[in-house]
Design a protein around this ligand. Sequence first.
Ligand code: ADP
Length: 268
Amino acid sequence: SYERLLMVQLIVYGRGQRMVLTRDVTQIEKLETTRRDFVANVSHELRTPLTVLAGFLETLKDMPDEALSAEQREQYMGMMLEQAQRMQAIVADLLTLSALEASPSAEPHPVGMRTLIEAARQQAEPLSAGRHQFIWNVDETLDILGTASELGSAITNLLVNAVRYTPEGGRITISWRREADGSARYRVVDTGIGIAAHHLPRLAERFYRIDRSRSRESGGTGLGLAITKHVAMRHDGELQIASELGKGSNFSIVFPAERISVAEDDAA
Ligand code: ADP
């Protein structure tokens, strides 16, 4: 039907308009394909844990109580809970993403980055469970004009990813500093598995993952970087990624000078 629309419009507008119209229609088709792919991806992501969950329930339903030891029962329950939590995480990230897309940015307020980074640390360190060395390099006076909840998830995502994709014994360096040009950069550098160059351009797409099973095992949803990129954009910032396979990765969000505010030094 797009072709028909194009034909009709070509007849109506004549030769001069051809290029413009062709481009318009391609744009609509592209959006439509993106939307279809997204729905297919979401369905697939949710179907996997649901299938596992339903399988367990079916087995248990027909099983007489005495056929199941207390340990087995606990093990099954644990596995079912894990699948349910996985679905919860996916749905929560999807809601975050759609809120970012649907709503205009809230009135920007000075956000204490120091507090957000501390909150991210409290999530990342238990996940690391002592397997990594953390180095913190945080300018406590630099704040951002923006939305705290959004910035919090972006900052946490990058840090949690560094933990997920860095093997035991690795080093994770977090910095929040002003650049020479007045902008400010939140940066997470890890000595982890790294990323091959050809993946980099697509990394922040929804559900794009290099190693599905690794992401799943570590509790990833495949939406973290998509959310992070959105948050960066909503704060006039940019998500930058550099990485080398087998060596480690370097993720940062750069915020422009207009978004930076310097907190009062109340220690004085
Ligand atoms: P996930 O929930 O799978 O971690 P993300 O959107 O946060 O999803 O990241 C997308 C993919 O990018 C990950 O699945 C992983 O393959 C890759 N990735 C993200 N961060 C890192 C990192 N620090 N080191 C290596 N690979 C990473």
